[in-house]
Design a protein. Structure first.
Length: 177
């Protein structure tokens, strides 16, 4: 059950200025051009992360577990709007990130990935999983997540990134207040 999804992305320069160009998802992006991706981690009061399992027919990382929600910003969207949309589409959860800054941005070849962290106890039974994207959801601890990465069943993010994301504990910044 593969679904073709045509998305158009705004193209940005190295300073994150929109250069007025667009590309279609799946096209090669030119050197010096970038697009915006947004990733979300929802953490509960037990310090656990809500993760989702990707569908078996997904082109990238089929059957792998991944963060709560993620996706590219489409034309005209900010990363805040993109992560709200992705969360709504993938899990049926409505949260506005309109006045929220990302905790950090990871630069990757071809783009910027804004990482948002939201703290909320979510009842898994209240979620509506998008059949085209999400197979299952569950809560995991930091140690369980690292075991899943080692076991090659979670998208292979660097352990240092995982440690950093878990360390924020609801606070922005690079030092403990």
């Amino acid at each position: 059950m593969s679904v073709e999804k045509f998305e158009f992305w705004d193209v940005y320069d190295v300073n994150r200025n929109n250069n007025g160009k667009t590309i279609v998802r799946g096209e090669n992006i030119n050197t010096g051009d970038f697009h915006i991706v947004a990733s979300l981690l929802i953490m509960n009061s037990n310090g656990e992360l809500l993760i989702q399992q990707r569908q078996s027919f997904k082109a990238d990382w089929p059957n792998f577990w991944d963060f709560t929600a993620a996706g590219s910003a489409v034309v005209g969207e900010s990363s805040q709007e993109a992560i709200s949309r992705e969360l709504s589409e993938e899990l049926g959860l409505l949260i506005s990130f309109e006045d929220t800054r990302p905790y950090l941005t990871i630069n990757f070849e071809g783009g910027f990935d804004d990482f948002y962290i939201h703290y909320q106890d979510v009842d898994l039974d209240s979620l509506t999983l998008q059949a085209e994207e999400v197979r299952a959801v569950k809560w995991v601890s930091l140690s369980e997540l690292k075991e899943m990465i080692q076991g090659k069943i979670f998208v292979p993010y660097y352990h240092g990134l995982i440690d950093l994301l878990f360390s924020f504990e609801g606070h922005y910044g690079a030092y403990i207040k």
